[in-house]
Design a protein. Sequence first.
Length: 156
Amino acid sequence: MKNFVLIILVIAVIFSSCKKEEETINSTDSFSCKIDGEEFGSTGSVTLDLALDNLEIQAIDAQYIVDIKIENINTRSDGDIIEFDTEALGKVTISGTIYSNTTFDPSQGKITITSLDLNGGKISGTFFFEAQEVIMPKKEYGMVNVTSGIFSNISF
């Protein structure tokens, strides 16, 4: 019984001395844009997904979720311009309604990579896109314009 109590005390001391590591957000990371003219800015709620060699950046605030996807990230470099010729390169969620870029006119959306460090895992760039409501079937679909998009020093 003494050994059991001693083991419990040792375990308690070990766990109480462990310090939980807190994740810090780099204050140089930023993501902002205008959604139908209204300012959107995220302060650290940026999520990255590197599945299938695609870099997906998701920024969230109280009202909006904005997603941009850069396909084939490992083949990209500074100055690359990515036209929105594939669906879902740019998405906005407003109150549960999802809007996605269309492929009708690829000039209605672009990502420009202004700085890319594949070894260091940092990316910066600009973007804009027009997105259409994706719920089907409907006779009329809502549209959203995302302009003046900037992402800076996003780590991946």
